[in-house]
Design a binder for this molecule. Structure first.
Ligand code: TXA
Ligand code: MG
Length: 328
């Protein structure tokens, strides 16, 4: 895999045209992309990522006018969501048209559609005659890739080019929404929050699986699997009791904000939700490189963007959440 810059997009385009894989930046996280209309190229994504064959991919389009080519907009709620939140960090699950190969959606009759707003992603899509199918650029189970250094070793043999766009602006994946019985339902929370959607539509549900383990039939298959986890064991912990879990004979890395503690290493993840979203995946990968025995991550509230952060962290920690007050 070669690292290229924005002014070398033609190389990435040539690869995509040949049915090969590239990695490209978006405003959320990096994507591992292939021609979405070429089922053989799409197969390569599943192989490179070790991705389960029942976890569908998001299709990235250059603009929202293109949606009608690949999917059917069935009601005004879907239409409104598209108008307000696209382009941007927002994925809408729509009824699929036949042009999209069945392996992209893992045989579902729906397809996740996203129009990225990132300048490089947009420029790349504009130059192509097809959309890009892309999951986050990480091996399955690992934290999503938000910068070149974190991704490069995982895909040396399977990907032709990675387009370096620096650190991902947001750092967490898009909000995934499906309209069910005319009500938007958040299957995966993200930068576009429940509150943002309520402001536009009035009502918005969230999946019951954001904080608990899913099994069997779920709306979003991605929720079934281990995810966002570094190699090192992690626990999620309320600020007040972090000290109780620090064993000073072990290499314990603590990730949080403004904590005054003694441990092997302390990383500050920033003050605001935006800071935390931007930094968290990168810090988890750094903790692996620093060869910790345990990572303790300070829990946040679940208000607004906190919902997306905590949804990822609870999985990072394999549901191991130490609470200060069980009733809080
Ligand atoms: O920000 C993002 O969404 C990034 C960038 C690269 O666009 N992509 C991303 O893709 O996070 P991935 O594959 O890591 O996550 C896609 C999520 C999974 O949880 C998957 O199950 C869900 O979207 N999904 C995709 N198509 C779906 C469908 N037809 N029905 C329900 N869920 C779907
Ligand atoms: Mg992913």
């Amino acid at each position: 895999m070669k690292v290229i810059k924005e002014d070398d997009l033609d190389k990435a385009i040539e690869s995509l045209n040949k049915g090969n894989l590239i990695i490209f930046p978006t405003e959320t996280v990096y994507g591992l992309g292939a021609n979405a209309l070429d089922s053989l190229a799409v197969d390569k994504i599943f192989a490179a990522k070790n991705r389960q064959s029942n976890n569908p991919l998001i299709v990235h389009l250059k603009n929202k006018e293109e949606i009608n080519k690949y999917a059917i907009i069935n009601n005004d709620v879907e239409r409104k969501l598209i108008n307000y939140f696209m382009p941007g960090p927002f994925t809408l699950i729509l009824q699929k048209k036949d042009l999209i190969p069945s392996n992209v959606t893992c045989q579902l009759d729906t397809v996740g559609i996203r129009v990225p707003i990132d300048k490089i992603a947009h420029k790349l899509l504009e130059k192509l005659s097809f959309p890009i199918a892309a999951p986050s650029a990480n091996k399955s189970t690992k934290p999503s890739g938000t910068n070149v250094l974190d991704i490069i070793d995982d895909f040396t043999d399977s990907v032709d080019y990675i387009i370096d766009g620096g650190d991902s602006l947001i750092g967490l994946e898009s909000t995934v929404v499906k309209v069910i019985d005319n009500i938007p339902t958040i299957l995966r929370p993200g930068f576009i929050t429940k509150e943002d959607i309520e402001e536009v539509i009035g009502k918005c549900h969230v999946s019951e699986y954001l904080f608990k383990k899913a099994d069997g039939q779920v709306e979003s298959p991605g929720m079934l699997y281990k995810h966002y986890a570094p190699k090192t064991e992690c626990i999620l912990c309320d600020k007040e009791i972090i000290n109780d879990f620090i064993d000073t004979t072990k290499k314990v890395i603590v990730i949080g904000h403004n904590l005054n503690i003694t441990c092997y290493k302390y990383y500050d993840y920033g003050k605001t939700f935006e800071d935390i979203a931007h930094n968290i995946f990168k810090l988890l990968r750094q903790a692996d490189r620093d060869k910790a025995d345990l990572i303790i991550i300070e829990a946040t509230s679940i208000k607004s963007l906190g919902l997306a952060i905590m949804n990822r962290l609870i999985r990072t920690c394999n549901y191991n959440y130490k609470r200060y007050n069980e009733n809080s």
